[in-house]
Design a protein around this ligand. Structure first.
Ligand code: AP5
Length: 219
């Protein structure tokens, strides 16, 4: 059983690579961003608070996201988990460590996806996703084969995210460098950090990640 974290700034390609790992290795993607986007459509007071925080580009409270992850871990689904966009703070990282230990699981690898800011801005500006199956596209680098129709599920419900604009992205990047980048040192010290070149083509990034996951691990 392999549990991994995909760590990287907004637009680094975490969701894109997580979808490949799900398709190719049967892993289970736990994306706090997706869970929060679902929560914001619930019509509850919590959903409205979450929506305002996300649209600004700020981080949602540790308490909310840790609760979401805890619920999903307890569901006992699947083999290996891919933590996509979680943890994002040192408090979340400590909480994840405790949750995994309590469930008798362990973190095998933290994949640090390295991408420079200029590329992130271009990726976020061109991104759109399928509102039905979640497939991720890009205007220039990964357009749909038929305009307006998802290649994977045939839906015409293609969407752009409310936080994919220049102003929110600036705040999301600042939040990343201030609160999430310290996790690079945190996981390096635990001996599980694996940097990969996130600027490479999608297939090449996938290959670098596969190389890490296929490496024999100490038991
Ligand atoms: P979240 O949904 O997690 O967003 P994010 O971290 O900002 O990451 P993105 O989804 O924007 O990017 P990605 O790395 O998945 O890139 P993608 O594969 O789509 O979080 C959103 C918000 O929720 C946060 O701002 C916060 O408010 C809240 N939140 C979530 N988790 C939280 C937590 N733990 N704590 C507190 N708050 C939390 O790729 C981007 C584009 O690039 C796509 O168009 C894709 O086609 C393209 N692309 C991907 N790879 C490549 C490549 N190799 N070459 C060329 N193009 C590529």
């Amino acid at each position: 059983m392999t549990d991994i974290i995909l760590l990287g700034p907004p637009g680094a390609g975490k969701g894109t690579q997580a979808q490949r790992l799900v398709a190719r290795r049967g892993m289970v993607q736990l994306s706090t961003g997706d869970m929060l986007r679902e929560a914001r459509t619930s019509g509850t007071a919590m959903g409205r608070t979450v929506a305002a925080v996300m649209d600004r580009g700020d981080l949602v409270t540790d308490e909310i996201v840790i609760g979401l992850i805890e619920e999903n871990l307890q569901s006992g689904k699947g083999g290996g988990f891919i933590f996509d966009g979680f943890p994002r703070t040192l408090a979340q990282a400590d909480a994840l460590g405790a949750l995994l230990e309590r469930s008798g699981r362990r973190l095998d690898a933290v994949i640090e996806m390295q991408v420079d800011d200029a590329a992130l801005v271009k990726r976020i500006a061109g991104r759109f996703t399928c509102g039905d199956c979640g497939e991720v596209y890009h205007d220039d680098t990964r357009p749909t084969a038929r305009p307006g129709i998802c290649d994977k599920c045939g839906s015409a419900n293609l969407q752009r995210r409310a936080d994919d604009n220049a102003e929110s992205l600036k705040i999301r990047l600042m939040e990343y460098y201030k609160k999430t980048a310290p996790l690079i040192g945190y996981y390096y010290a635990k001996g599980v950090l694996h940097p990969v070149d996130g600027l490479a083509a999608v297939d090449d990034v996938a290959k670098s990640i596969a190389d890490v996951l296929d490496r024999p691990r100490a038991t």
